[in-house]
Ligand binder design. Structure first.
Ligand code: SF4
Length: 259
């Protein structure tokens, strides 16, 4: 069967395109690899632990949860062993609080999806992304939950503006058209959640935003970079970027793929 050439859109791709079109070009057209980052290592390890917590047939003790976390811990992306150790200790505290404040199993909502990769064909493009968790509440409401491991607080306006949750909501509403849907950011450090339910009008705006972004990506030909000092200094592709090194040819530079 011929491979689909439809544009695939994930929260990460949308965010990359909106942040810097040249970055998108490097990452998704030229397929350059990004370097490991401490925040991703930290977040991924916490996600795995929470998945194990919620997936166990019997709720694990906090000691078991923390031990599993330590066994799977890697230091990829951390600048020093001390920095990695501080992150490990912070994670142990986060897990302890999460475990302590979790509702008892008999009072917890049904978990419909955990760490689930979704792919939904929307006609002109395909939406995809790994949803952290979807709970089904007793009244049938589906709550899409996105864990954030770096934030010390979260607000409803942050939840409303979160691109990942927009994409997940678009997918879940297509997959479960008869269900009421809410979206939440669960900030793991304070173990605090901010939940919103969009009106039909707000959801229509979300769909328009996704459509518009898909069309902009499909129509893009210049891939001009933002050249924003802060963004560029932290960019994985700074050394290869023709927007930062005027006079050098982008296609020629793409042959020096650092991946
Ligand atoms: S160095 Fe700057 S302009 Fe170039 S890809 Fe990175 S963020 Fe974009």
């Amino acid at each position: 069967m011929a491979k689909s050439t439809k544009l695939t859109l994930s929260p990460t791709k949308i965010s990359a395109f909106l942040r810097c079109r040249r970055f998108y070009w490097f990452r998704y057209i030229q397929k350059y690899q990004t370097r490991p980052r401490a925040e991703f290592t930290f977040g991924a390890a916490l996600h795995r632990s929470l998945d194990a917590f919620h997936g166990a047939t019997e709720r694990p003790t906090v000691e078991t949860l923390q031990a599993q976390f330590r066994e799977g811990w890697t230091t990829a992306g951390f600048k020093t062993p001390e920095e990695a150790q501080r992150a490990l200790e912070a994670a142990q505290g986060i897990l302890e609080k999460y475990h302590q404040e979790a509702p008892p199993p008999e009072a917890a909502p049904e978990i419909l999806l955990r760490e689930k990769m979704l792919r939904v064909d929307c006609g002109e493009y395909v939406l995809m992304g790994r949803v952290d968790r979807v709970d089904r509440h007793p009244d049938g409401t589906l709550e899409i939950i996105d864990y954030k491991s770096g934030r010390s607080r979260v607000t409803e306006s942050q939840t409303r503006a979160d691109i990942g949750l927009m994409v997940y909501e678009a997918m879940i509403r297509r997959l479960y058209p008869d269900s009421r849907v809410t979206v939440s950011i669960h900030a793991l450090r304070p173990n605090q959640r901010a939940t919103i339910a969009r009106t039909d009008g707000e959801f229509a705006e979300v769909l328009t935003f996704i459509d518009d972004t898909a069309h902009a990506i499909a129509a893009e030909t210049d891939w001009e970079g933002v050249c924003d000092k802060d963004l560029c200094e932290d960019c994985d592709f700074l050394l290869w970027c023709p927007d930062r090194w005027p006079g050098r040819d982008a296609d020629q530079m793409s042959n020096d793929n650092p991946s």
